[in-house]
Ligand binder design. Structure first.
Ligand SMILES: [Zn+2]
Length: 320
């Protein structure tokens, strides 16, 4: 999500989940977790996967339904909400209502929705759609690993910590991720994506308390020294100083690295799972050959047919 914060006259904070830098890096690294049957197709298109990592944030300005897909304000629903909220979208709509859900964010349900779209794109063997949806799914999964995406206090505005969003997810990775170990191992098959999405959100939300509390502690220690001014063209940008950022980063003891690594592995794992669930189509055939409109239409008819017959190949997901 992108939000622009103007503090004082010429002081600007720009914040976007993981920043452009983080989202691109995470999507790119996910390509290298894939098995040999998938890797060549993704590697050939790695630039697109990387460059499109931030498209969902860009879409916010033109697609009215886009914003709630990036977050969930768990604290809106009271204590232990993360354990009690309905896991599947249809149940959630029944219990809470679509308008209310959208008002407080639909991130975990949206992951399942995009996952199913990706699975269908694999089934239809539509390379453009596979790539677009892979990049989108990567973005939402990365958002789901950011603790401040699970609270209405997303920028510390309720606790006098304005700017913490960009500090945690942009400033820290930009300054320190060159030292991170991004070897995550191979993508794993995930059998229930909707439940996995909730597991991620539960885990991410558990880190929220430390994200806010440690920044508060550090802020009291550093006072005004937490900021620096940097010039960018005609603008003076107020940034968190490198020293302060390092102190906070150290206090978090590897949290940003762990969340980035987990994002990378989960993205690869859900791309892989979508491909498996679509019957493992041969992606080599899509590397140099663009299917015709007619071929795609035929495959779509077949997909609809299979869904009707509920054949085993397309594993039935609740909420599908
Ligand atoms: Zn986002």
């Amino acid at each position: 999500m992108i939000r622009l914060f103007i503090l004082g006259s010429a002081v600007v904070f720009v914040c976007s989940a993981w920043g452009f830098f983080g989202h691109k890096k995470i999507n790119r690294l996910a390509v290298f977790t894939l098995p040999v049957e998938m890797a060549p197709f993704y590697k050939k298109n790695v630039r697109y996967i990387e460059e499109s990592a931030v498209n969902p944030d860009r879409r916010r300005y033109i697609v009215p339904d886009e914003a709630p897909r990036h977050f969930i304000d768990l604290d809106n629903y009271g204590d232990s909400a993360v354990f009690k909220l309905p896991r599947y979208w249809s149940q959630a709509v029944e219990m809470i209502g679509e308008d209310s859900l959208n008002a407080h964010g639909i991130l975990p349900w949206n992951i399942q929705r995009v996952y199913l779209q990706l699975r269908d794109a694999f089934f239809v063997r539509n390379p453009d759609r596979i790539l677009k949806l892979s990049a989108d799914l990567g973005h939402y999964l990365a958002d789901a690993h950011v603790p401040l995406h699970t609270t209405k206090n997303y920028n510390g505005q309720l606790t006098n910590q304005v700017g913490i969003h960009a500090l945690w997810e942009s400033r820290l990775p930009e300054l320190f991720s060159t030292d991170y170990d991004f070897y995550t191992g191979k993508a794993q098959y995930v059998s229930n994506v909707q439940k996995e999405a909730w597991k991620i959100v539960v885990h991410t939300n558990e880190a929220l308390d430390s994200v806010l509390r440690f920044e508060k502690q550090m802020s009291e220690l550093w006072g005004e020294k937490k900021y620096n001014f940097e010039s960018q063209g005609k603008l003076t940008i107020k940034v968190f100083s490198v020293g302060y950022s390092k102190a906070y980063h150290d206090k978090l003891s590897g949290m940003v690295e762990r969340q980035m690594r987990a994002s990378v592995l989960m993205i690869g794992s859900l791309w892989y799972s979508a491909w498996v669930d679509a019957g493992q189509p041969d992606l080599r055939l899509l590397m140099d050959h663009k299917p015709t409109e007619e071929e795609l239409r035929e495959n779509e008819v077949q997909l609809e047919q299979m869904k009707k017959e509920k054949r085993a190949l397309l594993r039935p997901h609740e909420g599908d």
